[in-house]
Design a protein around this ligand. Structure first.
Ligand SMILES: Nc1nc2c(ncn2[C@@H]2O[C@H](COP(=O)(O)OP(=O)(O)O)[C@@H](O)[C@H]2O)c(=O)[nH]1
Ligand SMILES: [Mg+2]
Length: 448
């Protein structure tokens, strides 16, 4: 869905990334850019204001340590937009049970049923399909064509005019399946007749899921439509079709925000393969044009997980092997070690092997560390030849590997000692000036 929404959001983020300083002015400008992007893509004005307010609040919030203001704002805005688009959908699940498809004429219901029947059956899920569109003369034939070559069960009756009868008979004929897709009839608008019809179908079928199929070019009227369908039978998911064109998509997204139903899939063409899971996170990171964003998110997660990385702890605790390992793990996740150490102002002094050793080395170190006793990790000095051999054997590594680890550890420990005396204090004062979270400087005085 490389849509208008996508490109205008991207411009807003690009501009933020390029600005050198982030003051009140830049934040305001950024907020306005996001607003414009959303409005011009048909996102409902209330939603735009809500998103905007949230960005404003987040901008005022205290930042997590290790983040620049720019990163903080980018990440916060991203989170807000993902939430608006339906949250984290990165687990690609294929809901099962009875699933009813609703939508107006030409929305893409019949096409989508064919696409999903193929997608599901390819994953060895037992699929049944019922054609309950009694309005269009050719509806039965169109659906049959869409699924006839798939290993699924299909039921329809072009002569029957009552969709409820078709569904009741179809459920019997098809028998037990993992998922049962029911294609229904649309209208040119959601009138009373259609509401009555879908209510009757809903009662007879008792679907676990009711999916509204909407074209991405719906614009502002999407919200009203979604609400009306939702009020009639309750919508649990939305499928956006025709997203491959210049569709704005914002109207449909607003519609989803209104029903609380997430966008599950997006149609990207007329062919049966042209369907994708909709993952707001992936979608947004794509349109925002950030390989960087992925990194930023990763960093946010890791920073939250690896509390052991807090500078406070680094300074207060004895630097032992356990801390060494945690440090290595955490810094590696934050990016190339040399960059991280570079930020701390000690780049060139860090052992080369450490900087260049990849995931493999880290993993090896992990195994070695696991084979040590807690006492040994806290007091690496006790690791003499016999203990080293035992650890090597236990971890399936060589004596040299254990010695390499110890050597690296000692070098790094030396480095941290240097830090504590003077250099790091200057560094931290600098960081504090830049508005970053730093450990208590008085404590540092004590540490000497
Ligand atoms: N380009 C494009 N066309 C689509 C997509 N989904 C459906 N269509 C087309 O939209 C038209 C109406 O689709 P149909 O499934 O018959 O809609 P229904 O009336 O809701 O059942 C057909 O020409 C489809 O080929 C899509 O994701 N992309
Ligand atoms: Mg149809």
């Amino acid at each position: 869905m490389e849509s208008k929404l996508g490109s205008s959001l991207r411009r807003a983020f690009d501009k933020l990334t390029k600005s050198s300083a982030i003051s009140e002015n830049e934040i305001n400008e950024f907020k306005k850019d996001i607003q414009r992007a959303l409005i011009s893509s048909d996102v409902n004005i209330q939603d735009v204001m809500k998103i905007s307010k949230e960005i404003e609040n987040k901008a005022k919030e205290k930042m997590a340590s290790g983040f620049t203001k720019k990163e903080h704002l980018t990440k916060a805005t991203y989170d807000i937009l993902v939430q608006f688009m339906g949250g984290d959908k990165s687990k690609e699940s294929l809901p099962q049970g009875k699933i009813l498809f609703l939508g107006l004429f030409g929305a893409g219901k019949t096409t989508t049923v064919g696409k999903l029947a193929k997608m599901y059956s390819k994953r060895n899920i037992k699929v049944g399909v019922i054609g309950a569109d009694v309005w269009r003369p050719a509806a039965y034939e169109q659906l049959r064509q869409n699924v006839h070559d798939l290993p699924i069960k299909f039921y329809g009756d072009p002569k029957e005019k009552d969709p409820v009868k078709i569904i009741e008979k179809g459920m019997k004929e098809i028998g037990p399946v993992d998922v049962l897709f029911v294609d229904s009839a649309g209208r040119s608008g959601l009138d009373d007749e259609l509401v009555d019809e879908i209510k009757a179908i809903d009662k007879a079928l008792k679907p676990q899921e009711t999916w509204l199929v909407m074209s991405a070019d719906m614009g502002q009227s999407a919200g009203k439509q979604a609400e009306a369908f939702h009020n009639a039978v309750g919508v649990t998911g939305v499928i956006l079709t025709k997203t491959e064109g210049s569709a704005k998509g914002g109207g449909a997204l607003s519609a989803c925000a209104k029903t609380g139903a997430p966008v599950l899939f997006i149609g990207t063409g007329e062919k049966r393969e042209d369907i994708e899971f909709f993952d707001p996170m992936r979608y947004l990171s794509r349109i925002m044009g950030y390989g960087d964003l992925e990194g930023l998110l990763e960093k946010a997660r890791e920073v939250a997980e690896e509390e052991a990385l807090s500078p406070q702890e680094m300074l207060e605790k004895e630097f032992d092997l356990e801390m060494f390992y945690k440090q290595l793990k955490a810094t590696r996740k934050m990016g190339p070690l040399n960059k991280v150490f570079g930020m701390m102002g000690v780049g060139s002094e860090v052992p080369k092997e450490l900087l260049e050793g990849g995931e493999e080395m880290l993993e090896k170190f992990g195994h070695i560390m696991d084979s040590m006793t807690k006492y040994e990790r806290k007091n690496p000095d006790v690791l003499t030849k016999s203990r080293i051999l035992r650890v090597a054997k236990g971890s399936g590594t060589k004596e040299e590997d254990v010695r390499a680890l110890l050597k690296n550890f000692k070098k790094t420990k030396q480095l941290f000692k240097g830090f504590k005396s003077g250099k790091i204090k200057r560094q931290l004062k600098q960081m504090k000036k830049m508005g970053m979270q730093v450990p208590n400087l008085d404590k540092l005085e004590e540490l000497g």
